[in-house]
Structures are given as C-alpha cells and as structure tokens.
Design a binder for this molecule. Sequence first.
Ligand SMILES: [Zn+2]
Length: 199
Amino acid sequence: MIIIHINCHYAIGVILASIACSFFYLNTIEFWLIVIFSTVCDLDIFLKKFALDRNHRNLISHSIIPSLIIIIIGTFTLWIALIISGISYLLHIIIDTLDWGTNFFYFNHKNIGFRFLISKEDLRNLEKILTEYKNPTSFFDFKYYKNKIIQTIEILLFILMVISIINFAYNYLYIIIFYFLGLLFHILRHYHLLKIEKN
Ligand SMILES: [Zn+2]
C-alpha cells in the first residue's frame, strides 16, 4: 500500500510538540507523548491478520475513535499535553486519508480516502498491475518515491521540523535522530525492492 511514510508522521509530531512548547510548559514525558502519538497507530500493522482484507487501516486504531477518546479524557482531566497528543493522533489519521484511505468512522466500515497517488485507471486494473511485480509492495513504493507531490511534502516537513525544533524546543534537538532512522528504514526497503524487481 502507498502509505505516507513513518518519517513524515514523525516530523508532524515533532512540529506539533515543538509549537506546543512555545505556548505551554511541557515536561520531557509530555513532549515525547505528543511525538509518540503521531506514529504509534502504525504499530497496528502487527495486528493486520485481525483486520478486514488484512489491511491494518481497517482496524479501529486507524479510525477517528481513539483520538477522540484521548482528546475527551484530556479535556476532563485538564491535561493539555494529552489533548495535544490526541490532536497528534488525529492528524495521522487525517493524513492517511490523503493517500490510500483509512476506515475513518470505523462503524460504517467505509474506507475514506482521496487516493491522490493512484489514478482511476490504475485502480481499475490494480490486480493485473500487481501481478507484474515480484513483490506487490514495489508498485506502491515506486509510486510513492516517483511522486513529485510526495517529494515536496517530505522535504517541506523536514525543513519545518528542523525550524520549529530549533526555535521552540532546542533541548530536544536529539529527537531528529529518530526521524533519520524512520527515513533510513524506508530508503533501505526502497533499494531492496528495486533489487528484487531488477533480478
Ligand atoms: Zn497510519
């Protein structure tokens, strides 16, 4: 699947946490909480065997529900960091609708997405196209990295992350290391897939 890569979600979490730092006092745990909540729901990939069509985005964790619960708990306990963490989670879900779509409202089991990375033509012939690849993931991965919009978004998010952390949360600068780990994972996978398809 064309999934907005984990480093982008992470960058958004760091931007949000850094900006929050300029408005509120956040301790280290709270800062990390906001960042973690921007990526944590992708761990449901390990539960995909329980999901409809084995797509982890059909799980409740990729719907709007968990973030609303987090925001409500944060509101009742007056814990501002938890409210922002809920927003961080919510942003992940909204952004996932931009590419392949996600089971946004969960209970109606409708996959909501703009699918801007895939043309209607491709969507219609998807099964046939996928058979042309040794690993179906290659199709989605190559589409992702060839896409000019995606390249621009990746670069912009990185720049915004660096600017906001330097300006608002300089003592958390080390957090950028984990961005590169996420990026490295995707780049290694990309070259691995290229190798598989060439052979
Ligand atoms: Zn996701």
